[in-house]
Design a protein around this ligand. Structure first.
Ligand SMILES: [Zn+2]
Length: 78
């Protein structure tokens, strides 16, 4: 997970705008797929950056899934 949010894409130099992405957590015992995660997305190559406040929520979701021994869970943040 990338925490530093650049002003333009370090990979291709493209413009970065607010959008959403899909985040996948591999818990070894299972997988959690979180859709519509707010993120900053490069318009050119699609690389995404997730902000701290959002990554904290994702960690909560992952921790809960781990406790419940979820094998496959699909969540939408929107
Ligand atoms: Zn890019």
């Amino acid at each position: 997970m990338k925490r530093h949010i650049p002003s333009k894409c370090p990979l291709c130099g493209g413009k970065i705008e607010r959008g959403t992405t899909t985040f996948t957590v591999d818990l070894k015992t299972g997988v959690v797929v979180v859709r519509n995660v707010p993120a900053l997305v490069c318009l050119q190559c699609g690389e995404d950056w997730i902000e701290n406040s959002t990554s904290i929520q994702l960690e909560d979701i992952a921790a809960r899934a781990k406790m419940q021994n979820t094998q496959l869970e699909m969540i939408s943040m929107a």
